[in-house]
Ligand binder design. Structure first.
Ligand code: GAR
Length: 191
């Protein structure tokens, strides 16, 4: 059987990307073949290098008006695109080319705390502000609107009234690291 190919898209530090590189390292049936990044100098590029994953850095113009990203994904025969802390809206041409084959992780229980501007600590600050008794993660398909694609799986954690936004971030990140690679694995094997 042909090896399944994953492309990870990330914009920043890339702790989730690294968990995915680690998880699939040495697998015969699935390979993370590419890291796509919109920020030259992002730390995720070093993480990719460490795991011998090739990377592609692109500009806003390349992504929204060029063909370099889709050409590369086609050349790699990419089966699944995994967004891991990727902060740009995915353009229509890519959503159409990879229908139900682009997944994202969001650090809250959607549909709460999603949408434009809701990322990173903004999410955890809002959860704290609202006095929520739980938070969690949502893994969902990507469409051309922020955080609105069909939900694949959610995982939740209890919050203590004394938890700071940083405590919430830590609990949520733990859920991300434990669950995202496994959910991606189950999904990619279906293609
Ligand atoms: C993760 O918490 C991810 O859920 C979030 O960015 C972080 C990236 O961390 N994504 C979003 O907020 C998308 N709206 P990482 O670079 O350490 O993986």
């Amino acid at each position: 059987m042909r090896k399944k190919k994953i492309a990870v898209f990330a914009s920043g530090s890339g702790t989730n990307a690294e968990k995915i590189f680690q998880y699939f390292e040495g697998r015969q049936d699935v390979e993370v073949s590419l890291l796509c990044c919109n920020k030259p100098g992002a730390y995720v590029l070093e993480r990719a290098h460490k795991y011998h994953v090739a990377s592609l850095v692109f500009s806003r113009d390349d992504f929204y008006h060029g063909t370099s990203v889709s050409d590369k994904l086609k050349a790699e025969s990419t089966d699944l695109i995994v967004l891991a802390g990727f902060m740009w809206l995915v353009p229509d041409y890519l959503v159409a080319a990879f229908e139900n084959r682009i997944v994202n992780i969001h650090p809250a229980l959607l549909p709460k705390y999603g949408g434009k501007g809701m990322y990173g600590m903004h999410v955890h600050n809002a959860v704290k502000e609202a006095g929520e008794s739980e938070s969690g993660i949502t893994i969902h398909f990507v469409n051309n609107r922020y955080d609105e694609g069909d939900i694949i799986e959610q995982f939740s954690c209890e919050l203590d009234p004394n938890d700071s936004p940083e405590d919430i971030a830590r609990k949520v990140q733990k859920l991300e690291h434990e669950n995202y690679p496994k959910v991606v694995d189950n999904l990619v094997l279906k293609y």
